[in-house]
Design a protein around this ligand. Structure first.
Ligand code: OGA
Ligand code: NI
Length: 307
């Protein structure tokens, strides 16, 4: 079983209806799908691969193996020979990019290339959200406007650059523990060769197959709420291996912290549906999420302060 692969260029041509239907299916049945012909040039993607790998080698790898918490904790656990697994930590090196982050000082071109990449990915996210609006039968721009908390540009667009270094005891620790994503739409540029990302589908973990230069899409908890459960956020995790470093670059289009999120009223009215999720401010959801990220999501919807 493999997650759907969708030719995004078809959205602009005669086969638009088919492309929309494939996106609807990806959102409703899978929560995860891959886009090819998404309009981001291979040349830019090659530069992104090069500069993120260079940055990892130059500025991060050594620190990970010499100083990081997972390396230290795994060593201690191996010495104890208890047979336990490391439960509360991920075998992952991460740094976050936003519009105003500190840039890695020693990697030439990093800031320029990643700024260009992020601008392209943000446009792709917006185009995809418009397709979702259309599929859900809500006004064009509705998701984006909701995440912005009205007109304006307050939505948060972040990029998480991750590396999963080789692990001597992959059975004893997760690359990234199972979770659903908190926010809106996530666009992942994953490693061509080192896989490891899996999603939970009908009770089974299945691999997200690497396709060179594709962009993997998944929807987070806020799209689940806004769509009143039609688009579910899906559990996923990353496994590590003893040889090979996995690179992944996840960009997320999330609501602004002060945006109000609730099931879209037009959707409820039109379909005469029961409202299945609360109405809340995204920042309040995040306070719950940060404490419960690796736990089931349903209690989060119950715990969040409602408005
Ligand atoms: C995440 C995530 C997957 C990956 O950062 O939330 O699921 O492959 N990442 O790194
Ligand atoms: Ni995730």
């Amino acid at each position: 079983m493999a997650i759907p692969v969708i030719d995004f260029s078809k959205l602009d041509g005669e086969e638009r209806a088919m492309a929309l239907a494939q996106i609807a299916n990806g959102c409703e049945e899978w929560g995860f799908f891959q886009l090819v012909n998404h309009g981001i040039s291979v040349e830019l993607l090659e530069r992104v691969k090069r500069v993120t790998s260079e940055c990892y080698k130059l500025e991060r790898e050594d620190k990970f193996f010499k100083k990081s918490a997972p390396v230290k904790l795994l060593k201690e656990l191996v010495e104890k020979k208890s047979g336990d697994k490391l439960e509360n930590i991920d075998w992952e090196d991460v740094f976050l990019l936003s519009d105003d982050n500190e840039w890695p000082p020693k990697t030439p071109g990093f800031k320029e290339i990643m700024t260009e990449y992020r601008a392209e990915l943000k446009k792709l996210a917006e185009k995809l959200m418009e397709a979702m609006d259309e599929n859900l039968g809500i006004p064009k721009g509705y998701i984006q406007k909701t995440f912005n908390g009205g007109d304006g540009e307050k939505a948060f667009f972040g990029t998480k650059v991750s590396h999963y270094p080789p692990c001597p005891h992959p059975e004893m620790v997760n690359g990234l523990r199972a979770h659903t994503d908190a926010g809106g739409v996530i666009l992942l540029f994953q490693d061509d060769e080192v896989d490891g990302l899996q999603i939970l589908k009908n009770g089974e973990w299945i691999d997200v197959q690497p396709i060179p230069n594709s962009i993997v899409i998944n929807t987070g908890d806020q799209i689940e709420v806004l769509s009143n459960g039609r688009y579910k956020s899906v559990w996923h995790r990353v496994n590590v291996i003893p040889n090979g470093t996995r690179r992944s670059i996840a960009s997320f289009y999330n609501p602004s912290y002060d945006a109000t999120i609730e099931p879209a009223t037009q959707l409820i009215k039109k379909e005469n549906k029961e409202v299945k999720y609360p109405k809340f401010v995204f920042g309040d959801y995040m306070s719950v999420y940060t404490k419960q990220k690796f736990l089931p999501k349903e209690p989060r919807f119950k715990a969040v302060r409602t408005v």
